[in-house]
Write a protein that binds this ligand. Sequence first.
Ligand code: ADP
Ligand code: MG
Length: 136
Amino acid sequence: MSNIEQTLSIIKPDAVERDLQDQIKSEFLKKGFEIIKEKKIHISKEEAEKFYKVHETKPFYNDLCNYLSSGPIVVMALQKRNAVIDNRNLMGATNPKDADEGTLRKKYGISIDKNSVHGSDSIENAKIELDFFFKD
Ligand code: ADP
Ligand code: MG
């Protein structure tokens, strides 16, 4: 099998603030993800704006960038077969209210903005997002 992929996961400020990072990391490990790279950082608003540039025309863009830069986050490169889609499935729907039982956003998310985790939505974006945080 050659479809080993890496995807970017972020544990967002609401989850780090509640000290959920070890619990969330253990959920990834239980599902067979390897955590290849990991760092805890506090990004600036300008960095958040760059990261979320695809959303710059959305009405929630400003709040979203303020939020992601509001406190420490944990960024990780997760690896497994089909990592991108498997991580999206483990995360659940964007709005925790719509997320299926057992998903991270259902378990830990507070609201559509404070939804605890980010995950790349395609193989192509995973490469771009991993480079954003881990290219050095
Ligand atoms: P996902 O994180 O599930 O890929 P999107 O890429 O559509 O979702 O949106 C990025 C992030 O922006 C979401 O995780 C969420 O935190 C926030 N967001 C999305 N839609 C809204 C909305 N309608 N109101 C407020 N925040 C939103
Ligand atoms: Mg997205």
